[in-house]
Design a binder for this molecule. Structure first.
Ligand SMILES: [Zn+2]
Length: 257
């Protein structure tokens, strides 16, 4: 424990997210939007740590782990879980809205569960037939292959006067921008499309976004409040992780491909 640290005590179980510290002097720090600080100190990038047995961290950067949550459960939440839960929160889904998750990988499998845990009807979008069963197991209400499928999905039009299909919120976790852009076909009017997957592919947006008055939102890790909630859902057993544990020496063999 460093001198002057008062908020943490020896023996605390903590995790450290990517953003550790900021300059405190720029416009974005003054606005309280720390993630936009151009002089930020980030774990594993501008300061040592992560993927190691010991590290030094800023006390304020650490997040206390909920009781009962193991380190192995907590670790993926500080990156993948924080990211996808933050995207869900930032999309601001409202009661009765329908959420779609594009891509069922290391991000998407958590996103489906967070969306369900938060109480939303959730549609998984994947063209991998072999992931269909997993999507249902994770709690998806339905699984579709693409934007066309999403557009047809969820028709509970009890009025008989027109379609109520598609998704109000699309959470794009895939690193295939082709599949991601295609899913926009299934976005409902006033829908929000949140992009979280990183790709080098160009991202092409169809003009239907105009007529639907839809919003495209980029999102990473937006607020520590989101990290708190993301951890809490796992601690309460409402979101379950799929993890494999490897020795540290093998880390470079198991990095995300
Ligand atoms: Zn700053």
């Amino acid at each position: 424990m460093g001198e002057g640290v008062t908020t943490r005590k020896a023996g605390d179980r903590v995790g450290v997210p990517w953003l550790q510290s900021t300059c405190g002097r720029c416009e974005w720090c003054q606005r309280g939007k720390l993630s936009f600080c151009p002089n930020q100190i980030a774990t594993g990038i501008t300061t040592a740590g992560s993927h190691s047995e010991y590290m030094v961290a800023y006390a304020d950067a650490t997040q206390l782990l909920p009781n009962g949550l193991t380190y192995e459960q907590a670790a993926p939440i500080f990156c993948a879980g924080y990211t996808v839960y933050s995207g869900l929160r930032f999309a601001d889904p409202r009661p009765h809205e329908r959420v779609a998750v594009v891509g069922i990988g290391a991000l998407g499998y958590l996103e489906i569960q967070y969306s369900k845990a938060a109480g939303f009807e959730t549609i998984a979008v994947t063209h991998s037939k072999d992931k269909e069963e997993l999507a249902y197991k994770l709690g998806a209400d339905s699984v579709v292959a693409n934007g066309e499928g999403l557009l047809k999905e969820g028709q509970h039009d009890s009025l008989g006067g027109g379609s109520s299909s598609g998704a109000d919120v699309i959470l794009a976790t895939s690193n295939s921008y082709k599949a991601t852009a295609d899913s926009i076909k299934g976005l409902r009017p006033d829908g929000r499309f949140v992009l979280m997957g990183v790709s080098t592919e160009p991202f092409t947006i169809s003009p239907e976004i105009l007529f639907k008055r839809a919003r495209i939102i980029g999102s990473t890790q937006n607020d520590r409040e989101h990290l708190y909630e993301a951890l809490d859902y796992v601690a309460k057993g409402k979101v379950r992780e799929m993890t494999e544990i490897f020795p540290l020496e093998e880390i470079s063999m198991h990095m995300i491909k």
